[in-house]
Ligand binder design. Sequence first.
Ligand SMILES: [Fe+2]
Ligand SMILES: [Fe+2]
Length: 196
Amino acid sequence: MKMTKDVAQLMSGLRGDHRNMVMPLDLLDAEIARLGASGEPDYDFVRDIMLYVIEYPDAVHHPKENFVYRHLKSLRPEIHTDLERIETDHQYIEESGLKLRNSIEAISMGADLNRDELIEKFHHYSEQLREHMYWEETKLFSVADELQHFGDWSEVVLKNNEISDPLFGSRVERKYGRVLARIQKRVVWEKQNYRV
Ligand SMILES: [Fe+2]
Ligand SMILES: [Fe+2]
Protein backbone atom coordinates (compact mmCIF):
# COMPACT_ATOMS: atom_id res chain seq x y z
CA MET A 1 0.00 0.00 0.00
CA LYS A 2 2.69 2.42 1.03
CA MET A 3 4.60 1.71 -2.17
CA THR A 4 1.62 2.68 -4.33
CA LYS A 5 1.48 5.99 -2.55
CA ASP A 6 5.19 6.52 -3.15
CA VAL A 7 4.83 5.73 -6.86
CA ALA A 8 1.94 8.19 -7.03
CA GLN A 9 4.13 10.79 -5.33
CA LEU A 10 6.96 10.13 -7.75
CA MET A 11 4.66 10.55 -10.75
CA SER A 12 3.08 13.65 -9.32
CA GLY A 13 6.58 15.13 -8.81
CA LEU A 14 7.44 14.43 -12.45
CA ARG A 15 4.18 16.04 -13.61
CA GLY A 16 4.91 19.05 -11.44
CA ASP A 17 8.35 19.40 -13.05
CA HIS A 18 6.66 19.54 -16.46
CA ARG A 19 4.22 22.23 -15.36
CA ASN A 20 7.09 24.27 -13.95
CA MET A 21 9.12 23.98 -17.13
CA VAL A 22 6.55 25.77 -19.31
CA MET A 23 7.25 29.25 -17.95
CA PRO A 24 11.06 29.21 -18.37
CA LEU A 25 10.54 27.89 -21.90
CA ASP A 26 8.05 30.67 -22.73
CA LEU A 27 10.46 33.27 -21.40
CA LEU A 28 13.35 31.71 -23.28
CA ASP A 29 11.38 31.80 -26.55
CA ALA A 30 10.56 35.48 -26.05
CA GLU A 31 14.17 36.35 -25.25
CA ILE A 32 15.61 34.42 -28.20
CA ALA A 33 13.19 36.15 -30.59
CA ARG A 34 15.09 39.35 -29.76
CA LEU A 35 18.26 37.87 -31.30
CA GLY A 36 16.79 38.57 -34.72
CA ALA A 37 16.79 41.91 -36.55
CA SER A 38 18.87 44.38 -34.59
CA GLY A 39 17.85 43.31 -31.12
CA GLU A 40 19.98 41.88 -28.35
CA PRO A 41 18.58 39.43 -25.83
CA ASP A 42 19.40 39.55 -22.14
CA TYR A 43 22.31 37.12 -22.44
CA ASP A 44 22.65 36.59 -18.68
CA PHE A 45 18.99 35.64 -18.50
CA VAL A 46 19.26 33.15 -21.38
CA ARG A 47 22.37 31.64 -19.79
CA ASP A 48 20.58 31.31 -16.43
CA ILE A 49 17.68 29.45 -18.02
CA MET A 50 19.99 27.12 -19.95
CA LEU A 51 21.96 26.51 -16.76
CA TYR A 52 18.73 25.58 -14.96
CA VAL A 53 17.69 23.22 -17.75
CA ILE A 54 21.06 21.47 -17.58
CA GLU A 55 21.17 21.40 -13.80
CA TYR A 56 17.67 20.17 -12.99
CA PRO A 57 15.57 18.79 -15.88
CA ASP A 58 18.57 17.13 -17.56
CA ALA A 59 20.43 15.98 -14.45
CA VAL A 60 17.57 15.11 -12.08
CA HIS A 61 14.22 14.86 -13.87
CA HIS A 62 15.28 12.80 -16.89
CA PRO A 63 17.22 10.14 -14.94
CA LYS A 64 14.13 9.58 -12.76
CA GLU A 65 12.05 9.03 -15.90
CA ASN A 66 14.67 6.65 -17.26
CA PHE A 67 14.34 4.52 -14.10
CA VAL A 68 10.55 4.51 -14.45
CA TYR A 69 10.83 3.52 -18.10
CA ARG A 70 13.30 0.67 -17.40
CA HIS A 71 11.07 -0.63 -14.65
CA LEU A 72 7.98 -0.57 -16.90
CA LYS A 73 9.99 -2.41 -19.51
CA SER A 74 10.93 -5.11 -16.97
CA LEU A 75 7.25 -5.49 -15.98
CA ARG A 76 5.94 -5.55 -19.55
CA PRO A 77 8.72 -6.05 -22.13
CA GLU A 78 6.29 -5.39 -25.01
CA ILE A 79 5.96 -1.79 -23.77
CA HIS A 80 9.45 -1.15 -25.05
CA THR A 81 8.32 -0.56 -28.62
CA ASP A 82 6.04 2.28 -27.52
CA LEU A 83 8.52 3.90 -25.19
CA GLU A 84 11.89 3.08 -26.69
CA ARG A 85 12.68 6.64 -27.73
CA ILE A 86 12.67 8.01 -24.21
CA GLU A 87 16.35 7.58 -23.37
CA THR A 88 17.48 8.68 -26.85
CA ASP A 89 15.26 11.76 -26.54
CA HIS A 90 16.82 12.62 -23.18
CA GLN A 91 20.31 12.26 -24.57
CA TYR A 92 19.49 14.41 -27.59
CA ILE A 93 17.82 17.11 -25.47
CA GLU A 94 20.80 17.19 -23.13
CA GLU A 95 23.34 17.46 -25.97
CA SER A 96 21.32 20.15 -27.76
CA GLY A 97 21.01 22.16 -24.53
CA LEU A 98 24.77 22.07 -23.94
CA LYS A 99 25.50 23.14 -27.51
CA LEU A 100 23.01 26.01 -27.32
CA ARG A 101 24.43 27.15 -24.03
CA ASN A 102 27.91 27.25 -25.56
CA SER A 103 26.61 29.13 -28.61
CA ILE A 104 24.85 31.78 -26.52
CA GLU A 105 28.00 32.16 -24.45
CA ALA A 106 30.08 32.60 -27.61
CA ILE A 107 27.73 35.11 -29.23
CA SER A 108 27.54 37.16 -26.03
CA MET A 109 31.34 37.42 -26.14
CA GLY A 110 31.19 38.75 -29.70
CA ALA A 111 31.56 35.56 -31.79
CA ASP A 112 30.21 36.00 -35.30
CA LEU A 113 27.58 33.25 -35.35
CA ASN A 114 24.67 33.12 -37.77
CA ARG A 115 21.83 34.55 -35.69
CA ASP A 116 18.98 33.22 -37.82
CA GLU A 117 20.45 29.74 -37.57
CA LEU A 118 20.79 30.04 -33.80
CA ILE A 119 17.20 31.29 -33.44
CA GLU A 120 16.06 28.30 -35.49
CA LYS A 121 18.05 25.91 -33.30
CA PHE A 122 16.59 27.39 -30.10
CA HIS A 123 13.13 27.26 -31.62
CA HIS A 124 13.58 23.60 -32.51
CA TYR A 125 14.94 22.84 -29.02
CA SER A 126 12.00 24.48 -27.28
CA GLU A 127 9.47 22.76 -29.55
CA GLN A 128 11.11 19.41 -29.04
CA LEU A 129 11.17 19.76 -25.27
CA ARG A 130 7.47 20.68 -25.21
CA GLU A 131 6.58 17.83 -27.53
CA HIS A 132 8.70 15.43 -25.47
CA MET A 133 6.87 16.39 -22.25
CA TYR A 134 3.48 16.03 -23.91
CA TRP A 135 4.43 12.63 -25.30
CA GLU A 136 5.65 11.48 -21.86
CA GLU A 137 2.44 12.56 -20.18
CA THR A 138 0.30 10.71 -22.68
CA LYS A 139 2.50 7.59 -22.96
CA LEU A 140 5.08 6.98 -20.23
CA PHE A 141 3.15 8.53 -17.34
CA SER A 142 -0.16 6.94 -18.19
CA VAL A 143 1.46 3.49 -18.43
CA ALA A 144 3.17 4.10 -15.07
CA ASP A 145 -0.19 5.05 -13.55
CA GLU A 146 -1.73 1.85 -14.90
CA LEU A 147 1.07 -0.36 -13.60
CA GLN A 148 1.68 1.32 -10.25
CA HIS A 149 -0.05 -1.54 -8.41
CA PHE A 150 1.97 -4.24 -10.17
CA GLY A 151 5.45 -5.57 -9.43
CA ASP A 152 8.03 -4.27 -7.00
CA TRP A 153 8.63 -0.55 -7.37
CA SER A 154 10.89 -0.26 -4.31
CA GLU A 155 14.09 0.32 -6.28
CA VAL A 156 12.53 2.96 -8.52
CA VAL A 157 11.09 4.73 -5.51
CA LEU A 158 14.49 4.55 -3.78
CA LYS A 159 16.06 6.21 -6.80
CA ASN A 160 13.51 9.00 -6.56
CA ASN A 161 16.08 11.07 -4.73
CA GLU A 162 14.98 14.21 -3.04
CA ILE A 163 17.24 16.59 -4.91
CA SER A 164 15.38 19.84 -4.64
CA ASP A 165 14.55 21.92 -7.69
CA PRO A 166 16.91 24.93 -7.44
CA LEU A 167 14.37 27.25 -9.11
CA PHE A 168 10.93 25.93 -8.18
CA GLY A 169 11.81 24.09 -4.96
CA SER A 170 11.29 25.35 -1.42
CA ARG A 171 14.69 27.06 -1.43
CA VAL A 172 15.53 29.08 -4.53
CA GLU A 173 19.23 29.20 -5.22
CA ARG A 174 20.61 32.72 -5.31
CA LYS A 175 21.87 32.31 -8.89
CA TYR A 176 18.27 31.81 -10.08
CA GLY A 177 16.90 34.91 -8.34
CA ARG A 178 16.74 36.82 -11.64
CA VAL A 179 14.85 34.03 -13.44
CA LEU A 180 12.41 33.71 -10.55
CA ALA A 181 11.76 37.47 -10.53
CA ARG A 182 10.96 37.36 -14.26
CA ILE A 183 8.65 34.37 -13.77
CA GLN A 184 6.81 36.10 -10.93
CA LYS A 185 6.45 39.27 -13.00
CA ARG A 186 5.06 37.26 -15.90
CA VAL A 187 2.58 35.41 -13.65
CA VAL A 188 1.28 38.74 -12.32
CA TRP A 189 1.03 40.09 -15.88
CA GLU A 190 -0.90 37.01 -17.05
CA LYS A 191 -3.27 37.28 -14.10
CA GLN A 192 -3.98 40.90 -14.92
CA ASN A 193 -4.40 40.34 -18.65
CA TYR A 194 -6.07 36.95 -18.82
CA ARG A 195 -7.72 36.87 -15.38
CA VAL A 196 -6.33 33.37 -14.80
FE1 LIG B 1 11.73 13.20 -20.29
FE1 LIG C 1 9.76 14.63 -18.39
